[in-house]
Design a protein around this ligand. Structure first.
Ligand code: AMP
Length: 429
């Protein structure tokens, strides 16, 4: 029986787990200094909680939830943790005993997305929720806190992007305005955005399609269409961030994938991450507590993806040390050297970086070279391998071995991994 972990999930083996622990420890340390206490909620919740909070017309609720059961009994693996944290806050009457709470969580989330580098079906988030206050200084503190954490783990090269999106009421006029402008150009929008026009037009601002980006970037800024009090709130957040020494960029087209956000929204992106470049996303959600049956209380928070943090750390290390090697072919014996030479040529012609031994050195010496060159993959070629015709591709980050029939399959496999699992995060496990 050949059973592997499900698509979009991964095993974290002991050596990697040490790095995860280090990241988690750093988060717990920073959060404690800022007064946040840990909260742990179940991994599944009533489906109604997510539909109500995230919003019926969002991608997550429409197509990405792992749900079993029907109606009131329906349960969903949590796709995010803000709604569960607010549910727990209300269930345990924290609003009555100590309304202002700073909470953090660490744990797995589940979304049925199309997996790709940096996008998993089970992924892990570290997040905070500051519940019970509307002070813009708290928005700034939460953003600053995320940056402090990144600084602490030695992650450089990130960018904080900031916007304000108003409340469902205050953004009504802007919604009508962009709906009219986008409807007039509907033919040039992607099919998803054409659908979004009626259902959730703000999602068009977040579309990654180049044609849509070209159109939406000409739309007016939402900030200019918000009431003065909300613009003042935003200005105060900006002032507080400057006071804290936190760099940020205003991004007038930043929106978030959940309906519960009101006012400040932000994302932290990293250039080393490719298309899924968000490390962290968050914002203010002043209506959610009341929407879930509690009093009218403000709140602000963020969630960051642990897998992406590790990828960004890796990319930073690579940028500092050079790109490393896609594959090193270890060869033992003359016949194997000739075969390795042929494979190397094919790999390089396919655009991958490959190298092999030309000195007839021992297995150990060649492995040392592979490590020194920071090879992400190794194939061992000896008499047995030549006889069997199978190429055993070893992923140096995970030690996982994959048997492949020929060098073309090796090329496909390495390309398919798209840089994922590239070796050695310099966090000194
Ligand atoms: P969100 O809950 O969508 O605001 O996402 C917050 C952060 O979680 C993102 O910035 C990512 O770092 C991470 N994240 C979200 N979805 C995924 C996913 N499918 N796979 C890996 N990380 C994710």
């Amino acid at each position: 029986m050949d059973v592997r972990c499900p698509l979009g999930t991964e095993d974290i083996l002991p050596e990697q787990a040490l790095v995860w622990q280090k990241v988690e420890r750093a988060a717990r340390g920073v959060f404690a200094r800022y007064g946040y206490g840990e909260i742990r909620t179940p991994i599944f919740e009533s489906t109604r909680l997510f539909v109500r909070s995230i919003g019926e017309t969002t991608d997550i609720v429409e197509k990405e939830m792992y749900t079993i059961g029907e109606g009131d009994d329906s349960l969903t693996l949590r796709p995010e943790a803000t709604a569960p944290v607010v549910r727990a806050y209300l269930q345990h009457n924290l609003h009555k005993t100590k309304a202002f709470q700073k909470l953090y969580y660490i744990g797995p989330m589940f979304r049925h997305e199309r997996p790709q580098a940096g996008r998993k079906r089970q992924f892990h988030q570290i997040g905070v929720e500051a519940i019970g206050a509307t002070d813009p200084l708290l928005d700034a503190e939460v953003i600053h806190l995320a940056c402090r954490f990144f600084d602490e783990i030695g992650l450089a090269g990130y960018t904080v992007r900031l916007n304000a999106i108003g409340t469902p009421e205050s953004r009504g006029a802007y919604r009508d305005l962009i709906k009219a402008e986008l409807s007039a150009q509907a033919d040039a929008l992607c099919p998803d955005c054409r659908r979004r026009l009626d259902r959730n037009v703000f999602r068009a601002l977040d579309c990654k399609n180049r044609g849509c980006i070209a159109i939406t970037r000409k739309l007016p800024r939402i900030l200019d269409h918000l009431p003065q009090a909300e613009r003042d709130h935003f200005d105060r957040v900006c002032d507080a961030l400057r006071t804290a020494g936190t760099d940020f960029q205003e991004d007038p087209y930043l929106v978030r994938g959940f309906d519960y956000y009101t006012g400040t929204v932000f994302e932290v992106t990293h250039g080393g991450l490719g298309s899924q470049d968000a490390l962290c996303g968050g914002g203010r959600y002043d209506n959610l507590i009341a929407d879930l049956g509690g009093p009218s209380l403000g709140a602000v928070g963020f969630a960051m993806g642990v897998e992406r943090i590790l990828m960004a750390l890796e990319a930073t290390a690579e940028a500092a040390e050079g790109p490393g090697l896609d594959i090193y072919l270890v060869c033992l014996g003359d016949a194997a050297r000739l075969a390795a030479f042929g494979h190397c040529t094919a790999l390089r012609q396919a655009g991958l970086s490959a190298d092999t031994d030309y000195e007839g050195r021992s297995l150990k010496a060649q492995m040392r070279t592979a490590n020194k060159l920071r090879a992400r993959h190794v194939v061992l070629l000896g008499d047995n391998e030549l006889a069997s015709g199978v190429l055993k591709l070893k992923n140096m980050a995970t030690s996982e071995e994959t048997e492949l029939p020929d060098v073309h399959a090796v090329i496909r496999e390495i390309r398919g991994r798209g840089g994922e699992g590239a070796g050695g995060i310099d966090l000194n496990p």
